[in-house]
Design a protein around this ligand. Structure first.
Ligand code: NAD
Length: 487
């Protein structure tokens, strides 16, 4: 793979230079070296992309869902053929270890497969009527141009998560790729064309959130906006998209609780707590960043967790547990958050700094970090950091555990570890989260399972799962009256 290349937009089935010929720098998070130059798109580029997608809409929407599903199945086949290349690109752009990049591609393929099959379902409902001889049913119809905005943390999964349900419903797509994972979006676009997706149905805009992402949100021709990213940007999109009554789906941040009860299998709990907090370098919306522990087993569990965390291997080689965070700005944000936590009374029980191994010092690495002694109201106990950072919180019992779990503006996911099924279900029913896992991690959704959050984690939509159809299609009720009086 060439080490430095220019990564353009993708419009109407071909690579397209940014109109201003401006390019932004993308750095390799492992080495800190310049990796590529990325199209720094302007609002004009976005308008062109939306125009192209608008022109392609009628023909794509006119195909039957079954036919659209067949095209998507061909894309799936091509993703399988090029899975290694996709994984290599993700590993390079994000710094995640190769097995994690491969796993992510596998997850994206599964997602794509699920939605390709939806072409043969896309069910409506048949309805009764109060009028004799009147028959009613619902159909799902495409909305138009879908503007999809994604982050870099799991780039191909994020693209697949939105693109496939949008396409099966008959929409055409303009995706705003993440600044930190631009090439994977271009690769994906190329393989959709090879698989036979008509030109203009899938388009990619590279560049910053401002101006390119914002231009997509503002464009009145974009009927549906699906955004995955920070709560702060999500709020702005809700306002601007809402003003023009676009359909807006928001998948936002989380500060997800991971509860360890006194009767938990502590080795299993330490395993899942470590994965929840530190896999993908903690860059998961569903990361378990608040670990809530019964006081009676607090010391025992903390020691197991710290032993586990100290055994984690940083780097990009096969078998490493976590790589760097995505860019230098994020690395600096995390270090500053650790310093503020210390000033608020937190004690770093492991990690807390950049690693000093020579092969890691140029990358954007942060040691997996566990902090205890913070009040539930401290900044780090409340605010999402999006890095390999977890705080520990002792509680007396399950009531206090639930109260702390719910003391957050977010509500994305939660996990509880206990051998008591009554306690597990009591908690799962009451925790403020769109996903509640028992004896698992805070992450791990599958393509057919709805994912999304309460509170500041979203705006009530769910993607993926069948519920994503409500994001990407309009429901129409069709009624007809038969002349049964003449039979
Ligand atoms: P971010 O909000 O900064 O950026 C996400 C995307 O939005 C990028 O492509 C960016 O260019 C674009 N963007 C930024 N400003 C914009 C604007 N004004 N208008 C339109 N687009 C704009 O988020 P990030 O730091 O890249 O990603 C991390 C965040 O994403 C975390 O908060 C994380 O929890 C969240 N996330 C949520 C989910 C989920 O499913 N709920 C999944 C992954 C990540």
């Amino acid at each position: 793979m060439a080490m430095l290349q220019h990564i353009p937009n993708w419009l109407n089935g071909q690579e397209t230079q940014p109109s201003s010929n401006a390019w932004l720098d993308k750095y390799n998070p492992h080495s800190g070296r310049l990796l590529s130059k990325v199209a720094d798109s302007s609002a004009i580029d976005v308008q062109n992309a939306v125009g192209v997608a608008g022109d392609a809409f009628a023909a794509w929407a006119e195909l039957t869902p079954v036919r659209r599903g067949q095209v998507l199945a061909d894309i799936v086949a091509n993703m399988r053929c090029r899975a290694d290349e996709l994984a290599e690109c993700i590993a390079l752009e994000t710094g995640k270890p190769p097995q994690d990049a491969k796993g992510e591609v596998g997850g994206a393929i599964l997602q794509a497969e699920y939605w390709a099959g939806e072409g043969m379902r896309l069910y409506g409902r048949s309805l009764t009527s109060g009028t004799p001889g009147k028959y009613s049913h619902t159909v799902r119809q495409p909305r138009g141009v879908a503007g999809l905005i994604v982050p870099a943390n799991t780039p191909i999964a994020n693209i697949a998560w939105k693109t496939f349900p949008a396409l099966i419903c008959g929409n055409t797509v303009v995706i705003k790729a993440a600044e930190d994972s631009p090439r994977i979006a271009l690769l994906f676009a190329q393989l959709t064309k090879e698989a036979g997706l008509p030109d203009g149905v899938f388009n990619v805009i590279q560049g910053h959130g401002q101006p390119s992402g914002a231009a997509l949100v503002k464009d009145p021709r974009v009927a549906v906006i699906s955004f995955t990213g920070s709560t702060e940007v999500g709020r702005w999109i809700a306002e601007v998209g809402g003003r023009r009554l676009a359909r807006v789906s928001l998948e936002l941040g989380g500060k997800n609780p991971f509860v360890v009860c006194d009767d938990a299998d502590l080795d299993l709990a330490a395993h899942w707590a470590s994965l929840s907090a530190f896999s993908n370098a903690g860059q998961r919306c569903a990361a378990g960043s608040r670990i809530i522990i019964f006081k009676s087993i607090y010391d025992q569990f903390r020691d197991k967790l710290v032993a586990k965390v100290n055994s984690l291997k940083l780097g990009t080689a096969v078998g490493c547990d976590l790589g760097p965070v995505i860019n230098q700005r994020q690395q600096q944000n995390i270090l500053a958050a650790i310093e503020r936590a210390k000033a608020e009374g937190g004690t770093v029980v492991c990690g807390g700094n950049v690693p000093n191994a020579p092969e890691l010092v140029n990358g954007y690495y942060i040691q997996p970090t566990v902090i205890e002694g913070l009040l539930p109201s401290a900044e780090l106990s409340c605010k999402e950091i999006f890095g390999p950072l977890a705080t520990l919180h002792p509680v007396a019992d399950i009531q206090e555990a639930l109260a702390q779990a719910n003391a957050t503006e977010y509500g994305l996911s939660a996990a509880i570890h206990t051998r008591n099924v009554d306690r597990a279900m009591w908690f799962a029913q009451r925790v403020k989260a769109g996903v509640a896992n028992i004896n698992l991690g805070t992450f791990g959704s599958e393509p057919h399972m709805p994912f999304g959050g309460f509170g500041s984690s979203g705006n009530g939509t769910r993607e993926p799962g069948i519920e994503a159809l409500d994001v990407y299609s309009e429901l129409k009720n069709i009624s007809f009256l038969t002349r049964n009086q003449f039979i």
